[in-house]
Ligand binder design. Sequence first.
Ligand code: GTP
Ligand code: MG
Length: 310
Amino acid sequence: MERDFASISLIVPAYNEQEAILPVIDEYYPYVDEIIVVDDGSSDETYVRACTRVDAKVKVYQHAKNQGKVGALRTGVSHASGDIIVFTDADCTYPACYVPEMVRILKEGKADLVLGARLEDRKNIPLFNRIGNTIFSSLAGYISGKIIQDAQTGYRAMFKDRIPMLDVTAKSLEFETKMTVRAAKLGYTIIEIPIVYRERVGVSKLHPIRDGTRMLRGLVSIAWNETSPLGKMILAPSISFVIIGLLFGLYSLYERFSVYHLNHEYFPMIAIFSVLLGIQIFSIGLVVDYLTKKLDRIEERIFSLNEKKN
Ligand SMILES: Nc1nc2c(ncn2[C@@H]2O[C@H](COP(=O)(O)OP(=O)(O)OP(=O)(O)O)[C@@H](O)[C@H]2O)c(=O)[nH]1
Ligand SMILES: [Mg+2]
């Protein structure tokens, strides 16, 4: 569906970004109709500095306590008056010059979600993020059946009326990926435009251990939630068999190396048999899950073709 007129709100979550916040506001200013900065309980001058730019276009909100990026984005969206919402970071990494292209794609009805994909200058993405990004994007691609190169980018645009469907439960890093997967699962069209990713201004807020654990949890939760019920039923016993097998195996090793004699000579056999059975069932689970997803997609296609006809 083409929409001629649409006003644009930019949401900028900012946590201790005193060096970058003003350059970000100034850079995006000519490209959007509204800029909403959400200071996420910063302990530096982010809020004070952002307030110096307040005018009819720039609005600044503040969380008394840090709520995390997702909380800041939600606050921003709740105050946005635009038809189109653009998310960006407050660290000068995402160039503003791509906004017109993102908006054009949305207005022409070519996509429901436009991503600024960090495909060039990937050296500016911290190594930890780059690894996570590759894993997440591949997983998002597997789950959604679409090729997604940068599922995790923080630079993205969509019509505001799509947000309720795209709002996913998440605390930090996994938010963007979950949103991308959700969009793909809903059959929304996602277009990625390659962008230059600049070096960050100011200190990174990433905590490798905390964010790494969340990312891993997010990954497992996405994978599990997106596995079909039949797939889940098959995968669960397979994991139990592998665990049982490993326990028997470890016990045998313990006996062999501590007592130098196997009191239970049939334990290694049980171990191997159980692990192999687990792996076999696991493969069946994956095949079943793959086939279920394929069927879902065929159903989605038929549904959208029927909708287009009517
Ligand atoms: N990490 C983090 N970012 C927040 C929080 N609240 C708001 N933000 C903002 O969310 C954006 C993303 O955080 P970044 O630290 O840039 O994380 P990143 O882009 O994954 O990593 P870098 O490549 O180091 O920039 C920035 O604009 C932050 O200021 C928070 O509680 N934690
Ligand atoms: Mg950043």
